[in-house]
Design a protein around this ligand. Sequence first.
Ligand code: ZN
Ligand code: ZN
Length: 136
Amino acid sequence: MNLRNCPQCGKLFVYNIRNLCPECIKKDEKDFGCVRDYLYNHPRATIEEISEETGVSYKNVLEYLKQGRLMLRKNNTNILLSCEHCGEPILSGRLCEKCGNKLKRSMTSQNKSMFIDKDRKGKIHLSKLSRDERRR
Ligand SMILES: [Zn+2]
Ligand SMILES: [Zn+2]
């Protein structure tokens, strides 16, 4: 068993893809739901406002956006996300559509069994995993 300390609450847990203990995952889902609902009802809210109203930290709200779990409305000019590659304004995730597609294309032309992964430092690196391992 792969036991780790939860980075949120410090409790020991069996490692999973989210790298959070089950309780923190539950809390995270709830927080995410609050943020999503708030943003739905207040499409022009700023991150500060969302954080204040939902009690979810600024960092987490930003993380939801960067993970692509939350999507900004096109008319939200109060939250600015930009492509990490070219700096174009984007509504969700880390890359604009153009850079995302370019990256995907270069990935698939290189090697189909490679996939993209981000390590803790936020650097992009490639890991080779067999298809079976990936499906798990
Ligand atoms: Zn935890
Ligand atoms: Zn871009």
